[in-house]
Design a protein around this ligand. Structure first.
Ligand SMILES: Nc1ncnc2c1ncn2[C@@H]1O[C@H](COP(=O)(O)OP(=O)(O)O)[C@@H](O)[C@H]1O
Ligand SMILES: [Mg+2]
Length: 283
């Protein structure tokens, strides 16, 4: 069980800030969905929590401790899957298990990996294929299987279902929810980045919306066990529909504001701070 404390968290890759004071306490066992337009810093926030980028010690605490590099208690599903291309999809899971369960033999690792491959609805025939020979959705499911197989108390998932068709997406959303709910009093803490308001409503206990970079949290909503939407109520419950419209409006307003600022900058011949192109160039 791991809680996450973001205390006015600031971060920039170079001179420009990407996160300018993210402040939120996540209780152990919460399911956090992060929304916000492209480039606002969602992946950056996950990378900081995952220890892939360095944060100031007191600004980010996981389980009460400053984050000091990656750790096996935090499993990541990356936006671009993060599978090693030179290994089969199955070996990608087994190598992660080898790091965590050092006394397991190959047979035990394969059994655990296959269990998760099946849990994610993947055909076992795909196990020995290389990632380049799998579809985007299959790769994403192998990456998810790898993260789940590690059984880490904190899961960091970056747009994991973005590349999936609607039916597969719904199946996997249910799988993640089940996995999380079955944890009962020992639930995993999950950070899940999505562009879909509906997906956030379906999965989250806490929805956080990040504003434009350099970003802060501009909106939060928490559900209790009783108010948490279900797939059946997502499009019928008036309170949830209101919230859905409200969230969509917040995000659209941000997009419109940025678009008009970009237009203004272009008209003035000034590639200012909000310029997507300028920031990209700086990378
Ligand atoms: N490794 C990096 N080095 C420098 N800048 C980066 C790096 N990764 C991301 N950025 C920049 O940081 C900003 C936030 O990126 P990111 O966290 O990927 O946003 P999001 O996931 O919300 O789309 C963007 O302007 C992006 O270009
Ligand atoms: Mg991203």
């Amino acid at each position: 069980m791991l809680d996450v404390s973001m205390n006015n968290l600031q971060f920039g890759y170079d001179k420009e800030l990407v996160l300018s004071g993210v402040d939120y306490k996540v209780k152990a066992g919460d399911f956090v969905c992060l929304l916000g337009q492209s480039g606002c810093g969602k992946s950056t926030l996950l990378r900081l929590i995952g220890g892939l980028e360095k944060s100031s010690p007191q600004e980010l605490l996981v389980g009460g401790r400053p984050v000091d590099g990656p750790s096996l208690d935090r499993a990541m599903v990356f936006q671009d899957y993060g599978l090693f291309p030179w290994m089969t999809a199955g070996d990608n899971i087994e190598i992660a298990l080898k790091q965590k369960y050092r006394d397991w033999d190959k047979h035990q690792r394969k059994a655990k990996a296959l269990e998760w491959v099946r849990n994610l609805g993947l055909d076992e025939d795909l196990y020995d294929k290389y990632p380049m020979n799998l579809s985007g959705g299959q790769r994403q499911r192998f990456a998810t299987a790898r993260a789940f197989a590690l059984d880490a108390p904190l899961l960091l998932m970056d747009e994991p279902f973005g590349a999936l068709d609607a039916v597969t997406k719904a199946l996997l959303q249910d799988t993640v929810l089940e996995l999380w709910e079955n944890g009962k009093e020992n639930r995993k803490t999950i950070f899940f980045v999505t562009h879909s308001v509906e997906e956030a409503l379906l999965l989250a206990t806490d929805i956080l919306v990040l504003g434009q970079a350099p970003s802060k949290i501009i909106y939060t909503h928490s559900f209790t066990e009783a108010t948490k939407p279900r797939r059946e109520t997502l499009f019928t419950d008036p309170a949830i529909l209101d919230l859905r419209n409200h969230l969509t409006k917040i995000i659209n307003d941000e997009i419109n504001e940025r678009a008009s600022r970009l237009k203004e900058e272009k008209a003035n011949g000034d590639p200012g701070k909000t310029s997507f192109f300028k920031r990209k160039k700086a990378v």
